[in-house]
Design a protein around this ligand. Structure first.
Ligand SMILES: *Cc1c(COP(=O)(O)O)cnc(C)c1O
Length: 379
């Protein structure tokens, strides 16, 4: 027998082949962290404002901070993998049962479960052209075909037309309200649409910003219990990362028919969120007042951005979230504006990569917004 040597020379280049679905997969570009701007631009951390990832600028409920101090004593123990208390809290909130709920490391993780459960190289998934980037990224990992509408924003007629013309759609995404544009469909129109969708298609209704939308306009409010009872093929997603101010804790959830939840649980690894995230989420749910205060301030501050846009001759998209998308005509380039702001310590999101001449700005605290307007005028 001929012997083959696998001895590697030091420094040799690795020619390993990976699954081909990963070849052209782009890595999600997260909002720049403050630490990076300190390192790259030499700006003092206290002079940097991050308005790029839709985090709650007021932090989280003080009750959460309080309980976490004690909970840290239990860092040696794995968390309660049944997540009993959190699921009970969520079940009460939405008037559903614990068996209708799955908890994930951010609702991000539930998006990946949904796609792993339904999508593969023989199916397609459907979404609006400009929507949450992770739908496509997790989708590509499964080898599924990605279909997007021509319209940047959610257009139900177009979505329905594409749905009817493609018999292989396994998962359909509705982001209500939509990130990164901020628009939101009326719930009654969504219901009419859902009635036309086959029960074998999983419809993901991403409610990451529902806490905001339902306060601004009750026509956008989604009654989660009603939604999943009427539509056995809908998976509703919520997160603690936005209005609850717990982005750093990585906790989100899915609510659906118990049969869907059972299958998604097959994809969940044990202890997928930490002891601290679990406690933080449980406590955050109890402080609804904190959320209401934040949401109210969010929309009064958003008005200032709308006025600022009008006064300075650029457009914006009416938003039902905690961010606003500012649109430019040809004379200004969004990437230039984002870069100039960054050099002055303000991190925003350029939407150039989405084929839009626009930036997305998370609504900050009144002080942070004052600084944004002041710096912007000096660009
Ligand atoms: C932020 C966000 C999520 C999920 O955030 P997690 O931190 O993973 O819970 C999901 N969908 C949309 C549209 C978002 O903006």
């Amino acid at each position: 027998m001929q012997s083959i040597s696998f001895v590697q020379k030091k420094g040799e280049i690795n020619n390993m082949k990976f699954n081909s679905v990963l070849d052209n997969l782009k890595i999600y570009e997260a909002g720049k962290p403050i630490e990076l701007v300190v390192r790259e631009y030499g700006i003092d951390a206290k002079d940097i404002i991050k308005l790029a990832s839709n985090e709650n600028p007021r932090g989280c409920s003080p009750r959460v901070v309080e309980v976490l101090r004690d909970e840290a004593q239990k860092a040696n123990l794995y968390p309660d993998d049944s997540m009993y208390e959190l699921k009970e809290g969520l079940a009460k909130r939405f008037e559903v049962k614990s068996e209708n709920i799955i908890v994930g490391a951010g609702s991000d993780q539930i998006i990946s479960f949904a796609l792993q459960a339904k999508a593969n190289e023989n199916t397609s998934i459907l979404m609006a052209k400009t929507t949450f980037a992770m739908y496509e990224i997790y989708g590509r990992q499964t080898g599924t075909k990605i279909l997007k509408t021509k319209s940047h924003m959610h257009n139900l007629d177009e979505l329905l037309e594409m749905y009817k013309n493609n018999s292989d759609i396994s998962v359909l995404f509705l982001c209500l309200p939509n990130n990164p544009l901020g628009e939101c469909l009326d719930t009654k129109d969504v219901y009419n649409f859902l009635e036309k969708i086959d029960k074998n298609t999983l419809v993901v209704v991403d409610g990451a910003y529902q806490e905001y939308a339902k306060v601004k306009d009750k026509n956008k409010k989604i009654d989660v219990q009603d939604l999943i009872e009427r539509f056995s093929n809908v998976l509703y997603l919520g997160t603690f990362s936005k209005a609850y101010g717990l982005g750093g804790m990585r906790c989100g959830y899915g609510v659906a028919n118990s049969e869907i939840i059972k299958v998604l649980h097959k994809l969940r690894s044990p202890f997928n969120i930490t002891t601290l995230s679990l406690r933080a989420a449980i406590e955050a749910l109890k402080d609804e007042k904190f959320v209401q205060t934040c949401v109210k301030e969010n929309f009064s501050e958003m008005l200032r951005y709308e006025e600022f846009a009008l006064q300075n001759g650029f457009d914006f998209i009416a938003s039902y979230t905690n961010f606003i998308t500012l649109k430019y005509d040809g004379s200004e380039k969004s990437s230039d504006i984002a870069q100039k702001l960054l050099k002055k310590g303000i991190i925003v999101r350029d939407l150039g990569a989405y084929g839009m001449n626009a930036i997305r700005v998370t609504i900050g605290t009144p002080t942070q917004n004052n600084r944004f307007f002041q710096v912007y005028k000096s660009l």
